[in-house]
Structures are given as structure tokens and as C-alpha cells.
Design a protein around this ligand. Sequence first.
Ligand code: SAM
Ligand code: SF4
Length: 343
Amino acid sequence: MSQPNKDANIGEKYPKLIDSFGRKITYLRLSVTDRCNLRCFYCMPQADFNWMPYENILRFEEIIQLVRVLACQGVRKIRLTGGEPLVRKDVVRLMGDISNLEGVEELCLTTNGVALAELAEGLFAIGLRHINISLDTLRRERFQEITGRDLFDRVWSGIQRCIELGFSPIKINFVMIKGKNDDEIADFALLAARYPIEVRFIEFMPIGRGSNWGRDYFFSSDQAIELIEKRAGKLVVEQRRPFSGPAELYSLKGGKGTVGFISPLSHRFCSECNRLRITADGRLRLCLFSDREILLRQMLRDGIGQKDLAQFLAKAVMKKPARYLAKDYDVPHCDRTMSSIGG
Ligand code: SAM
Ligand code: SF4
């Protein structure tokens, strides 16, 4: 990974990314594919959907050009996501190239863990340390019910491999779904007491066609805290760490790891939002809950220069909304599936 501000001129070359509410943009969630080897029922339709055509997906050189410019404009943290990022051919090489770009201080990956047992070593070798692995159950049959595939054992061995290799932090993303896995919330908190990991409980969000969201499935972070404390003891508030993002962190007394709560529906965190998203087909999204997208792919293919691209991005960021509009648990309709946005 590059040294922080190794190049003294970095950031002086191009306009910084600051939106019209003064929020500095330092974090990019980059989706490298919409393809996935699972079919999580809360993320994508189970049938009747089309993958993006291959020719629409950003090529590695286009991704590098974009990230290079964004890093010159103040983006420091890059997270690769998808679809499932590890199904993209040669993604480990791409991650190595991104981590060598001037200004990139933190490289992260969000994965379903299916391919981790094979790829963890290569990822560690290119310098990746921050990894988020999604897992919503410890029960094999339930895993198949939620994800549509019987691959629990592979994900579990991938997690074990990451612990052995020394990835840190390792975060487990657990989407809370009432009636489907809320009875395992305390078990996952205890997992964080046993292993040096952070378990992040995420509120189920009504994103996209096919998310199957319904009020009856919603389980809030406050309900989860109450449930954990009943079974596993008092949660102790942890100091927020740099780059800890929107998660509120706690630990269990004597535990090795931490638990975090991400509560986009019950406690919105828009005022601290420092992120941009880029979809696999090169669309810039300024807010997870808004379908407004700014097309970047064609200008990259038309050979836009770095300076012009930087100016375009700085202007685009000014359109970032202050917050998403929501009333109770109702958030705006968003048509894109989560699998094509990247979470
Ligand atoms: N395939 C990778 C994975 O599952 O980790 C990366 C992409 S996935 C879209 C990124 C994150 O979004 C995952 O942690 C997933 O659990 C979460 N996610 C997907 N749909 C969601 C929903 N409707 N509400 C809350 N989180 C969701
Ligand atoms: Fe695939 Fe991740 Fe969506 Fe599950 S959450 S379907 S693993 S993209």
C-alpha cells in the first residue's frame, strides 16, 4: 500500500472532492462485477434477471484510471465489492494494482467468502488486510435457504483461513431478518467474543427489485442489542476508530472481538456520509438510496484526460444529496438490485 501522502503534491493537482454540504469524500465502494455465485433472497431476484453485458463492464485499465484520479482528489479508502468480487477473473491482480496507486491508504474487500479458501493467500500476498465476509447463519440448511446454495462449509473454511493468515480486521456482515435468522443474533455476538473478529449486524434494507423486503422481516439494531444483552451479558461501548464507518461498536466483557451495528433505517448516518459508489458498468452513485446515476464509462472509453475527469468528478460530487428522504421505515424506491450496486 502506498505511504500516506508519499507524493507531496498529491491533491494539489486536482480539485478535492467536497460536496455542497462540506462533506469530504474519502471512500469509494467499487463494484467490479454484478455476477454472483450465490442468490441471497434479500439481495437479488431469484429468476428473471439479466446480467450486465460483458462489454458494459469496466475494464481493468478503466478502473485504474478512475481510481488513480479519485485518489488524487482525496479518496483514501477503496472497497471492492460486487456482485461477488472474487468471481471476476484476475481480481487479485487488480487489487494489487489499486493498492499501489498513489494516495490509496486502505484497500478493503467485501465478499461472500465462497472462493476465499482458495484466494485468501494471494489476497494476503498483495497486501490486503481488511476483509468483510458476509454470513447470515451458522446452520448449513439455513445457509442454503437464504443464499440458494449449499456452500456453508466453503465459506466457513474461508473465514478460518483468513484468521490463520492474520487478516485484520476481519468483519462478518450479518443481515438481520426477522423470522429467518434473528434467533442466531446472540450466537453471532458470542462468535465475536470467541474470535478476533468484528460481527456487524446490518438492518435489512429495502433496496432494489427483488430484495423481498417487508416490514415483517425488519429487525432493528436496538432489538438486537436487547437480545444480545439478555443472552450474552452487557455490551460495552467501544471508541470509534478511524475508518470504522457507520457502525456503532461494542464489545462483550473479556471477548476477543467486537460487535457493530449498522442501522440505516432506524438511525440514519447521512450527515457523516463520506462515500461514493461506482457500479460495475461505470455509473457513479451518490447515495445508496437514490437511483440517480452519472455515467462515466463512455467518457473513459472516449479517452477523457485525467484533469478533465477530475473536474467532472468534482462537479458531480456537488450533486450528492444531503440525506435520503425517509419516513418511519419507508425509504425511497430504488430500482437497482443490491447485487448490482455493491452494498
Ligand atoms: N457478494 C458480496 C457479499 O455478499 O459480501 C459483496 C456484495 S453484497 C451486495 C454487499 C453487502 O450487502 C453484503 O454484506 C450483503 O449482506 C449486503 N446486503 C445485500 N442486500 C442487502 C439488503 N437488502 N439489506 C442489507 N444488506 C444487504
Ligand atoms: Fe451475491 Fe453478495 Fe448479493 Fe449474496 S449479498 S447475492 S453473495 S452479491
